[in-house]
Design a binder for this molecule. Structure first.
Ligand SMILES: [Zn+2]
Length: 120
């Protein structure tokens, strides 16, 4: 009886593990699909993709604020194709600090409210 319970517990744990892996795999595929569409210049996305798009925009904008040198809004290194596509979609210009929705706290725009496409 204990062996049977242990077997059922192991099967249940395995099913849970497989479900988690399948969900992670589906998310990776969805992210890859969205990145591909962004690089191709797509502008319209399903509402279901919005959470992923918001995360992409936030990450890309944080990277701008992190990599802009000794003051917020300084020059940033050239963006990779994925980050460039995300920023273009969101209407954020790496060379136009006034479009950045994320700031470090050492510029006049800190605390300002900038809307991006991702906010709509
Ligand atoms: Zn700033």
């Amino acid at each position: 009886m204990l062996v049977a319970k242990a077997a059922r517990d192991a099967q249940r744990a395995h099913r849970r593990h497989v479900q988690v892996q399948e969900a992670e795999h589906a998310l990776l595929l969805r992210e890859h699909h969205i990145r591909s569409r962004l690089r191709a210049g797509a502008t319209r996305f399903d509402d279901a993709d919005r959470e992923i798009l918001h995360r992409f925009v936030l990450e890309a904008c944080r990277d701008l604020a992190r990599e802009c040198g000794d003051h917020c809004g300084g020059p940033v290194p050239e963006r990779g194709p994925n980050a460039a596509a995300v920023l273009r979609w969101a209407g954020v210009g790496p060379d136009d600090h006034t479009t950045w929705p994320v700031h470090r706290g050492d510029c006049a725009l800190t605390g300002s409210s900038v809307r991006t496409r991702a906010d709509v």
